[in-house]
Design a protein around this ligand. Structure first.
Ligand SMILES: Cc1cc2nc3c(=O)[nH]c(=O)nc-3n(C[C@H](O)[C@H](O)[C@H](O)COP(=O)(O)OP(=O)(O)OC[C@H]3O[C@@H](n4cnc5c(N)ncnc54)[C@H](O)[C@@H]3O)c2cc1C
Length: 386
């Protein structure tokens, strides 16, 4: 992945008269809530927009669409996805996060403070709210095929995450199928060989898109059969659990049954980056790019955490981990930003020292119309005095 080239917004503008926050979090999955817990405990009064069915998901994110989560540390007996996310939310709220059940539909990251609009207000400039730092934790969603029967057997045989669901009892020692031909499909299929009796990989074309090494591992596995030129037509079962796939060979036109108890989609995810795709550096698949080992995006003060910036691990625990990173980096950014503002005020009060400062950043800020409107928070430390 190419490194991002950081480009600092050069200008400042007045805060929103409607509402200004130090830090706003957009998104309410494990990443957003972990960031909120850290920021709230650091007394930064975070505001979270948890979304109103944003990106087709309930507040709480992807885990609200699953039954049992068995790999989140701290829950040795597993925990329901909705219950886990309720606990995340309770913990965010307990430390003072303001949680707003609305979707953010527009952002303007061209200057600081950053501006954002709530859904339904995006055409009204006066409705803009502002924040000094922004954490994007809008997540992603697995692409689905919308097969007949998919809704009936979703979470009852059909899944989009082998690592999440592969180990559950309904798949143990049972024939399973994976749809997809890329690295993810190969990885998922190989992972599933630990649990299923046999894994069928349905590939639409007559070759894999996966890397050579992954293709080789897949092809040589004794418990994997690759079905070339094959698509799924429908999912069937007893009304409770998946038992069969109707499949079709698109070269011969032949239709047949494939008796499997599990179907795993590995056809990609869609990151929820519509809000920022024109403003932040994103990769070819639309994921927000971050500086390696950090949550920093191409705009200082904007951080990204969770699945919206991670196409590799896509787990609740890794999302939570990156939410923690985003919070700690936002906290440091805000402290440095406040120092910069104090220095600026100091320079305005003592013009001779401003003249000798020589800092491009400070003089740029001084020159921007509206900077005088930026008032320090009540809880800010005293500005530096000469
Ligand atoms: C069916 C299923 C089962 C899974 N099982 C497991 C498992 O067992 N273990 C595991 O570790 N992982 C599991 N995962 C993966 C895990 O759910 C994700 O990795 C994790 O939820 C990603 O967290 P996130 O915080 O990045 O965002 P998400 O969980 O994707 O949440 C993002 C939230 O932000 C909201 N949002 C988006 N845009 C906006 C906006 N503009 N304004 C306001 N809100 C917005 C969305 O509505 C959503 O609620 C599973 C995923 C799925 C789909």
């Amino acid at each position: 992945m190419a490194p991002i080239t950081s480009s600092k917004p050069t200008s400042r503008r007045p805060r929103s008269g409607k509402r200004h926050s130090k830090v706003v979090i957009i998104g309410s999955g494990p990443a957003g809530h972990t960031a909120a817990i850290y920021l709230a405990r650091a007394n930064l009064n975070p505001v979270m927009f948890e979304g109103m069915l944003a990106n087709g998901l309930a507040a709480g994110g992807q885990l609200t669409t699953t039954t049992e989560v068995e790999n989140f540390p701290g829950f040795p007996l597993g925990i329901g996805g909705i219950e886990l996310m309720d606990k995340f939310r309770d913990q965010s709220a307990r430390f003072g996060t303001e949680i707003i059940t609305e979707t953010v539909s527009k952002v303007d990251l061209s200057a600081r403070p950053f501006l954002y609009w709530r859904e339904g207000e995006e055409d009204d400039p006066a409705a803009a709210e502002s924040c000094d730092a922004l954490i994007m934790a809008t997540g992603a969603s697995a692409k689905r095929m919308n097969l007949p029967g998919e809704d009936t057997y979703w979470n009852s045989g059909i899944s989009a995450c082998a690592v999440c669901d592969g180990a559950v009892p309904i798949f143990r020692k049972k024939p399973l199928a994976v749809i997809g031909g890329g690295d993810s499909a190969a990885e998922e299929a190989l992972y599933l060989t630990k649990f299923g009796s046999h894994v069928f990989v349905l590939v639409r074309r007559d070759q894999l898109r996966a890397s050579k090494i992954m293709s080789k591992r897949l092809r040589s596995h004794p418990n994997v059969t690759i079905m070339w030129n094959t698509i799924a037509l429908s999912a069937e079962g007893d009304g409770n659990l998946l038992q069969n796939l109707k499949i079709k060979n698109i070269k011969t036109g032949e239709e047949s049954d494939l008796q499997v108890n599990g179907l795993f989609y590995a056809i990609g995810h869609t990151p929820a980056t519509e809000l920022v795709s024109e403003q932040l550096e994103c990769d070819a698949d639309g994921y927000i790019m971050t500086k390696p080992g950090t949550a920093e995006t191409s705009i200082p003060g904007v951080f990204a955490a969770g699945d919206v910036q991670d196409k590799r691990y896509r787990q609740a625990i890794t999302s939570a981990g990156s939410g923690c990173m985003a919070a700690m980096e936002a906290e440091r950014f805000l402290a440095e930003d406040e120092d910069e503002l104090h220095l600026d005020e100091f320079n305005q009060e003592t013009p001779q020292s401003a003249g000798s400062n020589g800092s491009g950043g400070a003089s740029e800020i001084n020159g921007v119309n509206g900077v005088h409107n930026i008032s320090l928070q009540d809880d800010s430390p005293e500005p530096l005095k000469a």
